[in-house]
Design a protein around this ligand. Structure first.
Ligand code: UT7
Length: 348
């Protein structure tokens, strides 16, 4: 059976740099608080109208395709992971297919929040291993800045998110000891509401206690009502400390799961790329696994948390900086809303 390699990688982030101090115009916060609690100094925000999740994804995809040494005509399947799609439906996969004027190939959308890249990679890996596809374009992109609560009410979540995109081209190889060695996916829906965006949706308060009142809502306002907007339920909600506590347990666990499965130890890792949720979480994981500084790559200081795009943006940056070479043992791990979490271990 062939193994899956990353044949090309690229990323695109908007040129608009938003510092912590820039956020003071919207909410009560401080550069000191944000840096101390998250490590974030700045993030990028997409142009309000000229850039979308899909257009940023298309920019990244174009670079990845070129670096793979192929053309868009060679791509035989698209996988797109995002939680900030252009439309509620259809997903960004078809919009990317249109934007890049690609053939009428399949386009799959993945909704696994911060674990989006790891889940998408795992799905694409199965298609490559079975021989179904030879050149899969996997794109992750987020335009969070369009849908955040910029008032003080939403500051715990709005300060951490940033916009950006990354893409990889996945191909089969018959070379021994190269490519994706294994992927490990997990979920625990018990905590679904701890980090979630409730509306628009069809839940009708089935799962929520303190929510906008659907019994009173006119039929035409069930999906999105003035009441929901008044209660800020059209924005993401997060119990940050609860997510943090679970993340610091599950990150090391799922990284060790991947290493154990393949007979490696943390010391064998050339590079760990953790999902960029909070620098403090990444530092905790590094310490727990006793990894040296040069074994972990973080860019959250400059990018913030770009959810599905965070791992591939970091991977692309690390590759551009020459921190990943052929044959290196690279682990990618994510934890986030759902909860969903996972890891992928590969020989570059
Ligand atoms: O990628 C998706 C997965 N997400 C994560 O992994 C996030 C995990 N959680 C975290 O990273 C942290 O919980 C946060 C960075 C989100 C928050 O840090 P925290 O140390 O857990 O703060 P907290 O939510 O417990 O809030 C502590 C205080 C509160 O004030 P009081 O009640 O103590 O007076 C908040 O109102 O900090 C306040 N606060 C802020 N102050 C200034 C919350 N957000 C801000 C802010 N600026 N942006």
């Amino acid at each position: 059976m062939p193994q899956t390699i990353i044949a090309g990688i690229g990323h695109y982030v908007p040129s608009n740099v938003v510092t912590n101090n820039d956020l003071l115009q919207y909410m009560e916060t401080s550069d000191e608080w944000i840096q101390e609690r998250t490590g974030i100094k700045e993030r990028r925000y997409a142009h309000r109208t000229d850039e979308t999740t899909t257009t940023m994804g298309a920019e990244a995809a174009t670079i990845a395709i070129e670096r793979a040494g192929i053309t868009k005509e060679d791509i035989d399947f698209i996988v797109f992971a995002t939680i900030s799609p252009d439309y509620y439906f259809p997903g960004c996969g078809v919009l990317l297919q249109r934007a890049l004027k690609m053939k009428e190939i399949g386009a799959l959308d993945i909704r696994n929040q911060c674990s989006g890249f790891v889940y998408a990679l795992s799905v694409a890996d199965q298609f490559i291993k079975t021989g179904m596809y030879k050149n899969i374009l996997l794109v992750c992109s987020e335009k969070h800045s369009f849908g955040l609560d910029f008032s003080t009410r939403g500051r715990n979540i709005s300060v951490i998110f940033g916009d950006g995109a990354a893409a990889v081209v996945l191909q089969p190889t018959e070379e021994k000891d190269r490519g994706i060695l294994s992927t490990h996916l997990h979920s625990d829906g018990e905590s679904a509401e701890i980090l979630a965006m409730y509306n628009p949706g069809t839940h009708a308060n089935h799962w929520l206690k303190d929510a906008a009142d659907f019994d009173e809502a006119p039929v035409g306002e069930m999906f999105m009502s003035h009441n929901m907007i008044d209660k800020a339920q059209n924005f993401p909600n997060m119990d940050g400390p609860a997510v943090f506590k679970k993340a610091v347990v599950k990150f090391p666990e799922v990284i060790m799961e991947a290493l154990d499965k393949n007979g490696f130890k943390p010391a064998d890792l050339n590079l760990l790329i953790p999902h960029q949720a909070n620098l403090r979480i990444a530092q905790f994981v590094q310490q727990k696994l006793q990894l040296k500084d040069d074994q972990v790559f973080n860019n959250i200081e400059r990018m913030g948390n770009t959810t599905a795009a965070s791992i591939p943006i970091a991977l692309s940056e690390a590759w551009e900086l020459g921190k990943i070479k052929k044959g290196d043992l690279v682990c990618m791990a994510a934890f986030g809303s759902g909860f969903t979490w996972g890891s992928a271990l590969m020989k570059w």
